[in-house]
Design a protein around this ligand. Structure first.
Ligand code: PGA
Length: 247
C-alpha cells in the first residue's frame, strides 16, 4: 500500500473543526499532519490514521528556545512522521543547514522524517531541476551522512523524500505523472549513490493532487505515495485518495 500524507498546513481555524476533520478522515493508510496545537485533539479523534507533524526544532532535548517544538515533544504526542524542509518553510528563510539539523533531530528520537524537495518554475525553464534537487538532497542529508559515518546513527528506521515542484503546490497545475515518476527515479538513484543512505528509498509526489488525478500518480511504479495539501481539508476527497492508494 502506498503512503498518503495529509498536510493540513495552517488549517482549520479552530480546534472543533480540527476534531471533526480528523474524525471524518480517519482511515488506515493515512498520515494526518495538523498544526501543532491540534496534535493532541487529532490523536484523540483518530483510531486508524497515523499522526504527523509539519515541522520540528533542530535543537534536540529541551531548552530555552521560545516557540520551538522538539522531536521528543512530538514523539510524546504520538507523532510518527515529521515533514521537514517544506518549500513554504524554505520560503520563510529555512536553509539546507537548518533542515539537516532538523532531520537529525527527528531521527535521534526515532521518528521518520519526510524531507521535501523541489524546484521553482524558473529552474524548470532553465532545465536545472535535477541538479537543483540533487543539491538540496546533498545539503539536507549532509549531517545524516556525517552521523552515519561516525556510526552515531542507530535509530534511522526510514527516511521519506517528497518531491514537490514549487510551481505545482496549491496552483491546481500538477506535474505530469510521467514527469513526477522520472524525477522520483532520479531522486532514488541520487539517494542510493550517496553513502549516507543505505535504506530502500521511499519517495512521494506532492503538488495539486486531488481525488481526480491521484490514480494517475499512484499507478506509476516509481511513485511510493502522495503528500496532499488542499485536498486533504475535505475528508471525502482525502478518503477517496487513500482508497485509490489501496488498489
Ligand atoms: P497542495 O499542497 O496539495 O495544496 O498543492 C501540497 C503540499 O504543499 O504539501
Amino acid at each position: 500500500m502506498k503512503l498518503i500524507i495529509a498536510n493540513w498546513k495552517m488549517n482549520p481555524a479552530t480546534l472543533e473543526e480540527a476534531a471533526i476533520l480528523a474524525r471524518e478522515s480517519d482511515v488506515k493508510g493515512l498520515v494526518i499532519a495538523p498544526p501543532f496545537p491540534f496534535l493532541e485533539t487529532v490523536r484523540a479523534s483518530i483510531k486508524q490514521a497515523m499522526l504527523g507533524a509539519q515541522d520540528v526544532s533542530g535543537k534536540g532535548g529541551t531548552g530555552a528556545y521560545t516557540g520551538e517544538v522538539s522531536g521528543e515533544e512530538l514523539q510524546s504526542l504520538g507523532v510518527t512522521y515529521v515533514i521537514v524542509g517544506h518549500s513554504e518553510r524554505r520560503a520563510l528563510g529555512e536553509t539546507d543547514e537548518q533542515i539537516a539539523e532538523k532531520i537529525r533531530a527527528v531521527i535521534d528520537v526515532g521518528l521518520i522524517p519526510v524531507l521535501c524537495v523541489g524546484e521553482s518554475w524558473q529552474m524548470r525553464e532553465r532545465g536545472e531541476q535535477e541538479s537543483f534537487v540533487a543539491k538540496q538532497l546533498q545539503g539536507d542529508l549532509a549531517l545524516l551522512r556525517e552521523a552515519t559515518e561516525a556510526k552515531k546513527l542507530t535509530k534511522l528506521k526510514a527516511l521519506i523524500v517528497a518531491y514537490e515542484p514549487l510551481w505545482a503546490i496549491g496552483t491546481g497545475t500538477p506535474e505530469t505523472p510521467q514527469g513526477a515518476a522520472s524525477m522520483i527515479q532520479y531522486i532514488k538513484r541520487t539517494l542510493l549513490a550517496s553513502r549516507g543512505y543505505t535504506l530502500t528509498p521511499v519517495v512521494l509526489y506532492g503538488g495539486s493532487v486531488n481525488a481526480v488525478n491521484a490514480a494517475s500518480f499512484l499507478k506509476e511504479k516509481e511513485i511510493d505515495g502522495l503528500l496532499v495539501g488542499g485536498a486533504s481539508l475535505d475528508s471525502e476527497e482525502i478518503k477517496k485518495i487513500v482508497e485509490i492508494a489501496k488498489i
